[in-house]
Design a protein around this ligand. Sequence first.
Ligand code: MN
Length: 318
Amino acid sequence: MSNLDTHPEETVCRTAADDHAVAQLLEPRDVPLGGLRGIHVSRLLPQRGLPTVGAWCFLDVFGPNNSQMSVLPHPHTGLQTVTWPIAGEIHHRDSVGSDVLVRPGQLNLMTGGHGVAHSEISANGGEVLAGLQLWVALPAERAGMAPAFEQHVDLPVYAHGGVTATVLAGTLGEATSPATVHTPLLGAELRVAEGSRTTVPLRPDFEHAVLAVGGPLVVSGVEVPSGRLLYLGTGRSELMLSAGRDVRAVLLGGEPFADELVMWWNFVGRSHDEIAAARADWEAGRPRFGVVHGHGGARIPAPELPAVRLTPRRRHGR
Ligand code: MN
């Protein structure tokens, strides 16, 4: 998906699960993606004061609705994109030659690196479309790597008590995703069964966050309403999950990301000049981003750069 919003505003609410552990309940922002039949998304990351969870630097939730996704070719740099449909199918084409349908339960991981372009078009007629779009920031030494695309249709599952987790990235319990990531990372879709109360093991050196999807759940003593993200910090060895009815949740985690990132439009970098160069290359149609076949040359133009220099997003306390 393309990020058409270049003036984010975030609000942060704080709560406390206990005296020691971090637990911040974060609000989404409603962001129109533009276009005549464009869709609105709920943006959970980045947040003011919390640009990343591990290397996860972007989290949008879309649907459920009957809108069609129609995102023409657009570029990415310095990141990996994860498209995770919950309902509906998306036709993905990119400039490394991929031409695939993205289906629920399947991981589609595109690595932008030095430069890639892709399109995402609904492939499900008038059916309901819902899902997640996530970005993973590449570490500085990999940010300029060659672009790539992976599709994983048979992901490992961690099941314990009333929780069933499909592991997108990293390891949960004994289940390890085959997805290629470049920093210590965790991503999983959890299904928490009605009336269950169970624990999920965590790495204490990772920071974590949980998004509730389609219903509320209680995470280590904190009620998380549907559509909110609970940031949990580092230092936890497990999560306690309970739900009054069947709900879905997304668990994100990773080693806290050291670099301060400059994020603008669909580019992730480390300086204004790097982002400005990527924008100029896209606008000039330079070969850096390749060609997405099947659109007759149609593409999304980059917005104008703001009048001021882009600056890194910083964490609270830095
Ligand atoms: Mn995209």
